[in-house]
Ligand binder design. Structure first.
Ligand SMILES: [Zn+2]
Length: 116
């Protein structure tokens, strides 16, 4: 098993960086980068791409084929309880004795108990 992948971007070898320069004097090339396989990238697309820019190049080039893997013609839905407005008060008290307050909307998935 090899411990690297070649970057899968169709444009990796066109980016003009010093680390991509390979070959002997008089016949230099810009070469696709190797992507080391490690714990950091083992569960992400970064195991196939050397940078976000290269990932974007791949996705923009092949987006129609990527979408064809799992096309969506209807929306997905997550059942939720009726949203509740919740008022919060900061622990910090201003010099005039007031406290900062704000409200947020609490959204819970239906049937999922988050109180423990
Ligand atoms: Zn790359």
């Amino acid at each position: 098993m090899s411990n690297f992948n070649w970057c899968h971007s169709p444009k990796c070898h066109t980016h003009k960086t010093q680390d991509r320069v390979r070959g002997s004097k008089g016949s230099k090339v810009l070469r696709t980068r190797k992507v080391a396989q490690n714990q950091w990238n083992e569960n992400s697309f970064f195991k196939y791409f050397c940078s976000n820019s290269c990932y974007n190049d791949f996705a923009n080039t092949y987006i129609e084929r990527i979408i064809a893997i799992a096309p969506r013609h209807t929306p997905l839905e997550t059942p939720i309880d009726d949203p509740k407005k919740v008022k919060h008060t900061s622990n910090y008290t201003f010099s005039d004795g007031s406290q900062h307050t704000w409200t947020s909307t609490e959204i819970k998935e239906r049937g999922v108990d988050t109180t423990e």
